[in-house]
Design a binder for this molecule. Structure first.
Ligand SMILES: [Mg+2]
Length: 351
């Protein structure tokens, strides 16, 4: 006579289906055991105590449960509900073993969650066929679920890696758009921003202004005070310029060497001139000593201002060259001053 769990030690690799029989009657259990126990692919277990049934099914990792209906203390259908409410046994196939072929009992069993229904004692061939079919489909589903879960996990990991990559790309882009010495926007960022603002100004029909600012006699400053002091001077002027603009769309960039440039969207000649005058005033106030300047005893700037309402077919380079020409005229005029680009309207009309 089979006793509880007497078979559990004999399981081996060839036994892929784990069957748990829950039945209070040892006679029935022995009958079923004889049908199943010698099958090389089935690992058979028996539990006579319904109160331990769910726990046994979980421990054994059962792939099929054979469940008696009429038992003392806990009836079989209640147990079926327990299996279904336990996450570990929720999907394990349950073959209900009933003593009678009763339509109501059968219907109730399926309603509670039974997978199959057999009348005791079932035909051996039929019992084995059903056990194998249910176990196979359950294990296949479990494998699919596990594969899906690990795939999901991999996708989550990929997603996280992508996010990190995007973050570092953004940081890289931010760093690659900064001037290393002054931490202002660099020339590349200036070019990008100018193009964007030029397009925007064209669409919104608002003027776009540039201010070029060049430190006067900066080569002489470097020669006299050394390159470290020169770098310090560039940083000081950069900080001052950055301090002079307040609107989010305004951009201060290092154009190259000792030359800086400000992009001021929605700004006319007059507006840009007012900003440039203020900068000129503040730099003179700051009075960074410059022993070798021809025009003052301190650092000064020359500035060129231009503002254009972009027309179809015009390039942003037009604005750059006009501001640059204005800067050239400021240098010509004696430095430490601001020049505004000359109006181009008459020239345009001439064409
Ligand atoms: Mg019974």
């Amino acid at each position: 006579m089979t006793t509880d769990d007497s078979e559990s030690q004999r399981s081996d690799a060839g036994k892929w289906a784990v069957v748990l029989l829950v039945d209070d009657q040892a006679m029935v259990a022995e009958g079923i055991r004889r049908m199943i126990a010698d099958e090389p692919d089935i690992d058979f277990h028996y539990c006579s105590d319904p109160r331990q049934a769910v726990q046994r099914a979980v421990e054994l990792n059962a792939s099929v449960i054979l469940q008696d209906l009429v038992m003392p203390e806990v009836d079989g259908l209640t147990l079926v509900r327990f299996y279904r409410n336990n996450p570990a046994t929720r999907n394990v196939p349950i073959i209900v073993l009933s003593s009678k072929d009763d339509a109501n009992v059968k219907s109730d069993a399926f309603y509670q969650g039974a997978t199959d229904y057999l009348v005791k004692l079932p035909d051996k061939v039929e019992l084995l066929a059903r056990i194998r079919a249910h176990a196979r489909s359950y294990l296949a589903q479990k494998e699919r679920d596990e594969a899906y879960r690990s795939l999901q996990k991999m996708q989550d990991q990929l997603e996280r890696m992508n996010q990190e990559l995007e973050r570092s790309n953004r940081e890289l882009h931010r760093l690659s758009s900064l001037d290393g010495l002054t931490a202002l926007a660099n020339r590349r960022r200036f070019d990008e921003t100018l193009e964007q603002e030029w397009q925007r100004a064209g669409r919104t029909e608002m003027p776009l202004a540039l201010i070029f600012a060049d430190i006067d006699f900066f080569k002489r400053y470097n020669d006299h005070y050394g390159h470290q002091a020169g770098d310090e001077c560039l940083r000081t002027i950069a900080a001052l310029l950055q301090h002079m603009v307040h609107r989010p769309a305004d951009l201060v960039a290092r154009y190259g060497g000792e030359e800086f440039v400000l992009i001021l969207p929605d700004t006319t000649d007059e507006g840009a001139l007012a900003v440039a005058d203020k900068i000129l005033h503040r730099v003179n106030e700051l009075a960074v000593p410059h022993a070798n300047s021809d025009i003052a005893d301190h650092i000064t700037l020359s500035m060129g201002v231009a503002s254009i309402l972009p027309q179809d077919g015009e390039s942003a380079q037009l604005l750059v060259s006009r501001a640059d020409q204005a800067l050239y005229r400021a240098k010509e005029r004696g430095r430490n001053c601001v020049e505004v680009a000359l109006p181009v309207a008459p020239l345009r009309m001439a064409h």
